[in-house]
Design a protein around this ligand. Structure first.
Ligand code: IFM
Length: 449
């Protein structure tokens, strides 16, 4: 049996497989100070000189707050049946605790109405990195109380919207919140303290567990879970040093989040390498974190290619690199999924949703057309990887392309375009790229099998 992924235009997915597209609040909404929204850490970060490559921010972004109806029409035109988006916590609860902002909830209610009108299932994420600034002023995710505030917010969203959405994910990519936000400072709030990142990762997991309990208590009918960004870690060579480093990389990035949730413990190989006195875990925390999920969201972009040499070896990149400089490596997706299935199926691994996968390319709008053949090839190859993992028995229920449209790519600003839809930021005009038509037709073709 081989894990080789082949290029194929004749992939057949089950008829109940869900096709979708994904976005997040800060990256598309804009309307940063409209209708009572409070500032988040990303407002603060992007308005601090030197934090974003092109000096841009999400004040306007794709102006989705005002153009959501047009955007939902576009989602429907893609033939997808699901849309994944996040709620801006500070739009619905400006201080992150205390008073709710009804105008904020009204916006999401209008969006849900429009999605329902088009028969598109809503998949909501509660936290896609935009912590209310007031909570940051009290220590952010380093303060254990933030986890309790998060659970209150989660329960309120589940109470109001639980019957109108298909799923609710607590966090998107907590690895990024901890390591890029607190570890190396690339993301808001911009701390450079690896020890803090460790503590933050624990508080994020704790907040996930508390939120799951709080949402179950309001008897939300929505499926509940979490979205993790994951990769396989491959040693650059067969040297014992590279192999050990790759094992460590997988432990600290993938197992670090998976093990507490599914096994109720942190991975020993990671604990062995760190000074545990620097990291505070209360007695009951792991019990709170370790609870059954209805789904696991997996975001995949790139493998980790691990080299201990100096300078480190780089991957050959046979299929090229994206505009982010990330190696295009679809086999990493099937390897990852098959590995997760093998390691966690006995620990109640729920159905997997591929909640993000996609690429940035240097797209150009010419004669009202964006000819992004590279994205079509990327999609085709990654869908083949998903199909391959399913053939190996992995329970995958959905695939969401990242992203619906070009948007604010965090510290890379607007220069990196991940969308199926091209956005002209000067006019806010949306143009379907060739990949959008390809995805639309691919989904249509699935209906005829
Ligand atoms: O744009 C991001 C998204 O917010 C989270 N996952 C990765 C994407 C591409 O970098």
């Amino acid at each position: 049996m081989t894990n080789q992924v082949s290029m194929s235009t004749a992939l057949h997915f089950p008829s109940d497989f869900t096709w979708g597209v994904a976005t997040s609040a800060y990256q598309i909404e804009g309307a940063a100070a409209v209708d009572g929204r409070g500032p988040s850490i990303w407002d603060t970060f992007t308005h601090t000189a030197g934090k974003v490559i092109d000096g841009s921010n999400g004040d306007v972004a794709c102006d989705h707050y005002h153009r959501y109806a047009e955007d939902v029409e576009n989602i429907a035109a893609l033939n997808v049946s699901a849309y994944r988006f996040s709620i801006s916590w500070s739009r619905v609860q400006p201080s992150g605790h205390g008073a709710w902002n009804e105008k904020g909830f009204d916006f999401y209610s209008r969006l849900l109405d429009k999605l329902a009108e088009k028969n598109i299932a809503a998949h909501v994420t509660l936290y896609h990195w935009d912590l209310p600034q007031v909570l940051q002023d009290n220590g952010g995710w380093l303060n254990r109380d933030t986890a309790s505030h998060f659970a209150v917010y989660a329960a309120e969203v589940a109470r109001r919207f639980g019957a109108r959405v298909a799923s609710i994910a607590t966090h998107n990519e907590p690895w990024c919140t901890a390591n890029l936000g607190y570890g190396n400072g690339q993301f808001a709030p911009g701390f450079k303290d690896p020890v803090a990142a460790l503590q933050v990762s624990h508080h994020l997991l704790l907040s996930h567990g508390l939120a799951m309990t709080a949402m179950r208590a309001v008897k939300s009918p929505a499926k509940l879970g979490i979205v993790l960004n994951q990769w396989t870690a491959m040693p650059a060579t067969d040297s014992p040093a590279d192999k050990a480093e790759a094992e460590w990389e997988y432990a600290r990035s993938v197992q670090w989040f998976m093990d507490p949730i599914f096994k109720g413990s942190y991975p020993q190989i990671a604990l062995d390498r760190m000074d545990q006195s620097l990291f505070i875990v209360f007695e009951n925390d792991l019990k709170i974190i370790h609870q059954k999920l209805d789904f696991l969201g997996v975001n995949y972009y790139v493998r980790a290619f691990v080299s201990t040499e100096n300078p480190p070896r780089k991957p050959e990149g046979k299929l090229g690199f994206t505009d982010m400089g990330w190696e295009i490596y679809p086999q990493g997706l099937s390897d990852l999924l098959i590995g997760l299935h093998r390691e966690y199926q006995e620990y109640d691994l729920p159905p997997i949703y591929i909640t993000e996968n996609g690429m940035a390319s240097a797209d150009k709008l010419e004669d009202a057309k964006v000819d992004d053949q590279i994205r079509i090839e990327y999609l085709n190859r990654h869908l083949a990887a998903v199909a391959h993992a399913m053939e190996q028995g992995v329970g995958i229920r959905s695939y969401f392309y990242w992203s619906l449209m070009d948007n604010f790519e965090w510290n890379s600003g607007y220069a990196k375009r991940f969308g199926l839809i091209y956005v002209d930021y000067a006019t806010q005009q949306r143009t379907m790229k060739e990949s959008a038509y390809w995805y639309r037709d691919f989904i249509e073709a699935q209906k005829s099998f």
